[in-house]
Write a protein that binds this ligand. Structure first.
Ligand SMILES: Cc1cc2nc3c(=O)[nH]c(=O)nc-3n(C[C@H](O)[C@H](O)[C@H](O)COP(=O)(O)O)c2cc1C
Length: 377
């Protein structure tokens, strides 16, 4: 039976009424306004209740435990939306299974100086991102998040401070360790954004396993740590994956990976003309990356011990079918961002509802039964 994803009323309303208005405005302004609105709504009990009533969808089949943390559902918000932790309560209230703040760097950063630095690519429902990780810095974010109680895990994604200059391995390790020390008391989990903003040509010092080893040694010296996930862009060659695992195996606090392949220019197979994309700096994310990202999860799942590591799947997920395919390929959790820009927060409700229908279709009792199912068949 072919199951078609239902478009719920909230998503319908957003696409028909809200999006056309929002898309008249500058993308970065819209982003800041959405966060400010979320921050405001999140301050009132009534506001949070209204969000829950509008977007809520809970089902015990979707509850899952990953890296020892309980997630009410596997559909999470990745780093990049709430970079400095302004709206975490509202984000949790719209039904994400976890909220990841960041990327946060040890020092505050205004990001890239050029404007504009965020672009919609509507024909492909994609985003070109050239922010350069602006954020308030670890100490301000830690203060803002102090005392936060959420019904879902709070991840914090860390990165080195954007200086616009290439960084060497030792400086990078100091930066990330500083951010980790400040933020670890607040975080249910930490994600290390290894897609270094100061890198030349997309190559990070952390691509070298010896530097990764020194980073994790430096982390280990920080005492008790929450689970750490590595957001890693790497060609999914078995040897490259094994080289990473050979390092991380010795560090029990590394609980998993958010693997992705960097989308590189020229982007192929898009509806948007190349000349239009050429006028936008940055890197592109969106549905065009979906199948590649699912294959990367499959490649990692084939190499890891699933009892030891979990995979988080990000990239191009819009519907329940996309999320389910990523989970069946080996992801224990999925992360969804761009689909929210194009479809509104109702997309999270619809993905969760659709996941339950897909479990039923396949005779699976629980979402964790689907993790890696394609590798077993
Ligand atoms: C506007 C925007 C800003 C982002 N900023 C960050 C960031 O600061 N740190 C990070 O690790 N990923 C960042 N990302 C990447 C997302 O976390 C995610 O991995 C990516 O968008 C793929 O998922 P999607 O296709 O659902 O959007 C950003 C993405 C977007 C669209």
């Amino acid at each position: 039976m072919r199951l078609r994803t239902r478009i719920g009323p909230a998503m319908n309303l957003y696409r028909k009424l809200v999006r056309p208005l929002l898309f008249q405005c500058d993308p970065e302004w819209t982003h800041h306004t959405a966060l400010a609105f979320g921050g405001l709504v999140g301050q009132s009990r009534l506001g949070l209740k209204a969000l829950e009533a509008l977007y809520g969808f809970e089902d015990p089949r979707l509850q899952t435990t990953v890296a020892g943390l309980r997630f009410p559902n596997p559909v999470c918000l990745p780093g990049g939306f709430d970079k400095s932790g302004h709206a975490v309560a509202a984000i949790a209230a719209v039904g994400f299974g976890a909220v990841e703040v960041g990327s946060v760097s040890a020092h505050p950063s205004a990001g890239n100086p050029e404007r504009p630095r965020l672009f919609r690519v509507p024909d492909d429902e994609a985003m070109m991102v050239y922010y350069g990780v602006p954020n308030d810095g670890a100490r301000v974010v830690a203060q803002r998040l102090a005392g936060t109680r959420l019904p879902v895990p709070l991840g914090i994604n860390i990165v080195e401070t954007n200086t616009g200059k290439p960084i060497n391995g030792a400086e990078l390790i100091d930066e990330l360790t500083d951010a980790l020390r400040v933020l670890k008391p607040l975080a249910s989990y930490i994600t290390v954004n290894m897609n270094c903003p100061n890198s030349a040509g997309g190559i990070s010092p952390l691509d070298d396993p010896a530097t990764l080893q020194r980073l994790l040694e430096s982390f280990a010296a920080c005492g008790q740590l929450p689970p750490v996930f590595l957001k890693i862009r790497l060609n999914p060659e078995p040897a490259a994956i094994d080289a990473v695992l050979a390092v991380t195996d010795a560090f029990p606090f590394v609980k998993g990976f958010v693997p992705s392949v960097g989308s590189k220019r020229p982007y192929v197979g898009l509806k948007t003309p190349q000349a239009v994309l050429d006028r936008m700096p940055g890197s592109l994310s969106g549905p065009f990356a979906r199948d590649g990202a699912t294959r990367v999860i499959g490649a990692w799942y084939a190499r890891i011990d699933p009892q030891r590591y979990a995979l988080l799947g990000a990239g191009g997920i819009v519907t329940a079918e996309h999320a389910y395919a990523r989970i069946r390929a080996g992801a224990s959790l999925v992360q969804v961002y761009g689909a929210m820009i194009y479809n509104g927060p109702g997309v999270i409700h619809d993905i969760k509802e659709g996941l339950c229908a897909l479990l039923e279709r396949d005779g699976l009792a629980h979402i964790h039964d689907a993790v890696g199912a394609d590798a077993r068949t």
